[in-house]
Design a protein. Structure first.
Length: 152
């Protein structure tokens, strides 16, 4: 996969409205889900009790929504590289949605679109919509309107 590189404020502004590409596929393994459960204390059975989850509402264990959200930090550098700034920082999110669960054993990836670019003191703020999807599914797993600030 080719990473989209944006160099400097003018290229970032010019990319507004553009789809930036996709990450590589990643298999959601039970071990990753268990590690997230251990790190956060969210040990609900739909995530970590494999046998019980098989007869549960999803037919398999599912990843935590916040695990799926946090994978944006894994996927985004595979999609976009921003250069020509003294620093970039995560500023937050405007909106996060979890339309469908990620079942253990499925493959997921993210796509990203640069929705908005606005001027701020000392640089620009971007709103990138990151969409996590399961291979073969029409419904996304997670849609994140992520805000970043790029300082010149």
């Amino acid at each position: 996969m080719a990473v989209t590189t944006l160099n400097g404020i003018d290229e970032v502004r010019a990319a507004k409205g553009r789809h930036l590409g996709y990450s590589e596929w990643m298999t959601m393994e039970q071990e990753r889900i268990n590690q997230f459960a251990d790190a956060t204390g969210d040990r609900q059975w739909i995530h970590i009790d494999v046998e019980r989850a098989k007869s549960g509402p999803f037919g398999a264990p599912i990843a935590h929504g916040y695990l799926t959200l946090s994978l944006s930090n894994y996927f985004l550098p595979q999609i976009i590289e921003v250069q020509g700034f003294s620093m970039g920082v995560n500023y937050g999110v405007d909106k996060v949605r979890f339309p469908s669960p990620v079942k253990v054993g499925t493959r997921v990836r993210a796509g990203a679109e640069l929705i908005d670019v606005s001027d701020i003191n000392g640089g620009v703020q971007t709103l990138i919509r990151i969409t996590v999807e399961t291979e073969g599914s029409d419904k996304p797993n997670c849609v994140i309107d992520s805000l970043s600030r790029w300082m010149v």
